[in-house]
Ligand binder design. Sequence first.
Ligand code: ADP
Ligand code: ASP
Ligand code: MG
Length: 477
Amino acid sequence: MSVAREQLVVMKFGGTSVEDAKAMGRTAAIVGGRRKKGLETIVVVSAMAKVTDQLLAAAAAAGRGDKAGAMAISARLRNRHTDTATELLDAARFAALEPAIHMEFDALDDLLRGIAAVGELTARTSDLVVSFGERLSSRMVAAAFDQHGLSGVHVDARTCIITDANYGKAVPQGGAIEAKLAEFVLPLIEVGKTPVMGGFIGSTVEGITTTLGRGGSDYTAALVGGGLHAGAIEIWTDVNGIMTTDPRIVPEALRVKSISFEEAAELAYFGAKVLHPATILPAVQKSIPVWVLNSRNAENEGTKITAVAPHCRSPFKCIAAKKKLTIIDIVASRMLMSHGYLKAVFDVLDRYKCVVDMVSTSEVSISLTVDSNERLPEIVEELSKIADVKMEGNKALICMVGEDIRGHNGIAGQVFSAVSHVNVRMISQGASEINMSFMIDEEDVEEAVRSLHRNFFADPDAAIFDVEARVAAGTTA
Ligand code: ADP
Ligand code: ASP
Ligand code: MG
């Protein structure tokens, strides 16, 4: 049987959507609903909520030589997974799965003991430790889907998601992934199965486990959707869709009904955790629509991400905030500010694989913002060889995104008067003209975002934003 690609939907469920047996049950019901509509389903799951953080803590403890601490975390995780499986599955299916869960945890324990004995944690070993989260959750969800008549079948994502060896942030190899999906996943779909894969994890061609970076399960879903030329990619999470800002900061944030690929990519990159920044690209390349949906409120229509942004009366669609940034000020003498100088600065950053978010220059100085990381002191030391360097941590970037910024005059004035009580450091309007960003102190983020939201979403365009929800809740921006 051949599969009509437009009937194929890749559904990704995040950590909270598989956090316990109840959540896994809701996930099964959502997938069942899609199959009843005649769609073919492929499911990508994250580790159960918080498991990735705990595995990283276990790895760090082992790396410090704290074997007891690492083993205690692993024991708690073993209990959580077996308890969840007991509640989730009937006796026969539990009996079939339980040995596999113990086998995974025995392997994890061996690994943690090994790390503790050596007292050193490499990026490669850290990826192996953290991979257990998705390996376990995907096995459990596949068994639950089988029980719910969804023909669930577990596929180890590491057989399909081929990456380079850049541990912790591995780069997927598109062609190899497409070939592996055609070999291992497509035949399952052709016989009506629902393949269930762990997100986030992959392997090198030599079979060494890698990960795609934190939040990377969204990326896996997009790679699988792109590789199989699926008709749609659905990102199921714990909010109604992409909201006008993080609802944890502004509880009255509104759902954005539709947003362009470009806007969504900016937002994701500049801190909106709801979507992994790399998710959009494989979808754009194949023109596959992406939906962001709420697994706790499956009836809600969510956010549709499409090639072209529908016109919006308001200049902005969303406000994102990215914390834990550092500003590096590089001041050179006039003599040094010459041909080749910028290259020398960026060569240093390149050597440390340091990603720069924003740059501003004057005649003798350059200010850069970078993600805070443990190698910053070394970077500053190297840069100090060519200029005077100062570093300021605990900074945050606020990014206002919208394709209609260009159609509105005087927007910058409105933005900065909304945050006039906050100290603004660097300002940039992206070349794409769909974002306006500035740096502030981390401690001012909540206040600035609330103030901007009040100013720009007081009278939202009902064609783009879910205004009905605000009316129903009786709230205002
Ligand atoms: P998952 O585990 O499903 O991948 P994440 O925690 O990675 O979920 O992402 C969902 C969270 O992203 C939401 O709970 C919300 O707090 C946060 N978030 C930040 N910015 C936004 C935004 N603009 N719209 C929606 N959610 C956002
Ligand atoms: N479990 C991984 C993380 O917490 C990947 C993901 O959830 O997307 O980062
Ligand atoms: Mg996520």
